[in-house]
Design a protein around this ligand. Structure first.
Ligand code: ATP
Length: 189
């Protein structure tokens, strides 16, 4: 199968993430999209990041009724911080029957040249990019392995969700119904 990998902290997962995952899984040649939950980077402050297993649990709840989407905890078992090039190598070895494609927003492709071994990532993988308003794609977007898709990302961020929760405001319709009840009390402590 051709599988799109959508990496994120998902702190928490919201409908903006899910809309992109669904778009990629249904309107491109991808068969499936895996939402890969990145573990806590030990070099980054822990303050606003919920526990790895909570974030994974929310992603699982969000996608459990969608056969095209799946939550992945593959990076939990890899050395930290996890670099995409290493995660890709691991997945290719573990699932030789699958072809993996990276999914990223226009903001990420613009800074891809700062990633570890980015030339190797580009040379050995396809990258599906969705445009994000206000972000230029940069030079790497013309690489033959990069495909750019025009869609309409929702203007939601996990930061905004955390702020709402902290202030006791409703995030209904911004996060999936299945996750809503689980976030009680979580405002990014
Ligand atoms: P935070 O606000 O905490 O930085 P976030 O909402 O940007 O979080 P991440 O978990 O960092 O969420 O996102 C995972 C990936 O999804 C990133 O590549 C990010 O650019 C992208 N993304 C985030 N929000 C949206 C959105 N509304 N539409 C499309 N892509 C998004």
């Amino acid at each position: 199968m051709k599988i799109g990998l959508f990496f994120g902290s998902f702190n928490p997962i919201h409908n903006g993430h899910l809309a992109i995952a669904e778009y990629m899984a249904t309107q491109t040649d991808l068969d499936r999209v895996w939402l890969v939950v990145s573990p806590q980077n030990p070099l980054k402050p822990k303050k606003t990041l919920a526990r790895d297993h909570d974030r994974l649990h929310w992603v699982r709840l969000a996608v459990e009724n969608n056969p095209k989407l799946r939550a992945s905890d593959v990076e939990f078992g890899l050395p930290k911080p996890s670099y995409t090039i290493d995660t890709l190598a691991f997945l290719k070895e573990k699932y030789p029957e699958h072809q993996f494609v990276l999914i990223m927003g226009g903001d990420n492709i613009a800074t891809l040249h700062q990633w570890k071994n980015y030339e190797q990532i580009l040379a050995g993988n396809e990258i599906y990019v969705y445009r994000r308003p206000g972000h230029e794609l940069g030079e790497l977007a013309v690489h033959p392995h990069v495909k750019v898709f025009d869609t309409h990302p929702l203007d939601i961020s996990a930061t905004y969700i955390r702020e709402c929760l902290k202030a006791g405001k409703s995030v209904r319709y911004l996060v999936p119904e299945e996750v809503l009840g689980e976030l009680g009390g979580y405002g990014g402590h």
